[in-house]
Design a protein around this ligand. Structure first.
Ligand SMILES: Cc1cc2nc3c(=O)[nH]c(=O)nc-3n(C[C@H](O)[C@H](O)[C@H](O)COP(=O)(O)O)c2cc1C
Length: 207
């Protein structure tokens, strides 16, 4: 059994490019491996709260000192971490908004990156706890940001996600970019072909 967690973060319910591509991934993966189970977390259509000071205080309180109130404050973060821990494969749909990620996906990351839970400070520096899982990030972007493109340096999306996912131990990350989506379908076609190749090859068998 392979557990797949799909995290969608587009606020667009009807014709979102990233939603269509994460759905393609899930459908093709399940066709190739019928015993896989898909869990959905949607931080675009069902936004989660931004981290507030009560959450920060609870993050930095040792579990043995949590008040009943703090246990409640941490409940959503616990659920989000549990969903990732239960997954073998995590597929993140990430629209580019203002050169970075959507605010919904940022809130998801802020619930996921938790000292003492998904990373620990050690004498060798911070070490993430979520390793051993494959992550596929499927982006949708109006423009072109691949290496060599004039706007490549403006891409704050892939570098940020690689850094923060790696920080919590998710260092096996593959990006599929649907670029130039406002100017035609070539970028979407290319992303669809990449996803079809991923779900048809050894990645599926190994998971
Ligand atoms: C608020 C907003 C900000 C955007 N910012 C950028 C941007 O900085 N660079 C870019 O290439 N495209 C930008 N776009 C275009 C989106 O990346 C593009 O429409 C993409 O398809 C969105 O993903 P979705 O269709 O899954 O919602 C922006 C779109 C919106 C709505």
């Amino acid at each position: 059994m392979t557990n797949i967690l799909i995290v969608n973060s587009s606020p667009n319910p009807d014709n979102s490019v990233s939603r269509a591509l994460t759905a393609q991934f899930a459908e093709q993966f399940q066709t190739a491996k019928p015993d896989s189970r898909v869990t959905q977390r949607d931080v675009g259509l069902t936004p989660i709260p931004h981290v507030d000071q009560d959450m920060v205080n609870a993050y930095y309180t040792p579990p043995e000192d949590w008040s009943a109130e703090q246990v409640g404050v941490l409940a959503l973060s616990d659920t989000i971490v549990n969903e990732v821990e239960a997954a073998d494969i995590i597929v993140i749909g990430s629209p580019m908004h203002n050169f970075g990620i959507t605010s919904g996906l940022k809130a998801w990351i802020d619930h996921l990156a938790r000292v003492g839970r998904t990373f620990n400070y050690t004498e060798n520096g911070p070490v993430g706890t979520l390793g051993g899982r494959k992550v596929f990030v499927i982006t949708a972007r109006g423009g072109w940001y691949h290496e060599g493109a004039p706007a490549a340096a403006m891409d704050m999306q892939e570098p940020f996600l690689r850094t923060v996912l790696g920080f919590v131990g998710l260092d096996d990350v593959t990006f599929v970019h649907a670029e130039g989506v406002t100017g035609g379908t070539a970028g979407i076609d290319a992303a669809e072909a990449e996803i079809a190749a991923i779900t048809a090859t050894e990645t599926v068998r190994a998971a």
